[in-house]
Write a protein that binds this ligand. Structure first.
Ligand SMILES: [Fe+2]
Ligand SMILES: [Fe+2]
Length: 141
């Protein structure tokens, strides 16, 4: 069993919020985690995790921008609160950068990836799910 094996994650249909672009972006975060998990057993795991972090951060910024635009379009009543949740999540993700840059331990590196993913997934299943009915209603479902 490889060191990255327990990092592997699986997308479930229950994570869908009903919007094609947003679901695709959420799903891409799963793919990125699985990609870095496979690299943890490779020759330069630290570099792989730093690359993962940079991609994760910039994808997250873009994702939040797209998601907030969707929420404005469908007139989600809690948009301001949701925006604040995004700010808070970005702040906690940023806090890991310094740790990553000084971290040499493979278990710590793996822990950081896991924490980032869990923070994102918790946001998806609690906060993002709140707007699902608005998405479906806007689609006339
Ligand atoms: Fe999201
Ligand atoms: Fe969100």
């Amino acid at each position: 069993m490889g060191i990255g094996d327990d990092l592997k994650v699986t997308w479930k249909d229950g994570f869908s919020v009903g919007d094609e672009l947003i679901d695709e972006q959420h799903r891409a975060f799963f793919d990125e985690v699985n990609h870095v998990a496979a690299q943890l057993d490779g020759g330069n795991p630290r570099n792989a995790v730093i690359q993962f972090y940079r991609t994760f951060f910039s994808n997250l910024v873009q994702h939040f921008r797209d998601e907030e635009a969707l929420l404005a379009r469908i007139k989600f009543s809690e948009l301001e609160n949701h925006r604040a949740e995004h700010e808070a999540l970005l702040a906690s993700v940023s806090a890991f950068e310094g740790l990553l840059l000084t971290c040499e331990d493979i278990h710590e590196l793996r822990f950081v990836v896991k924490r980032l993913f869990v923070a994102l997934l918790e946001h998806v299943v609690t906060e993002d799910m709140r707007y699902k009915t608005f998405v479906l209603r806007a689609q006339g479902v």
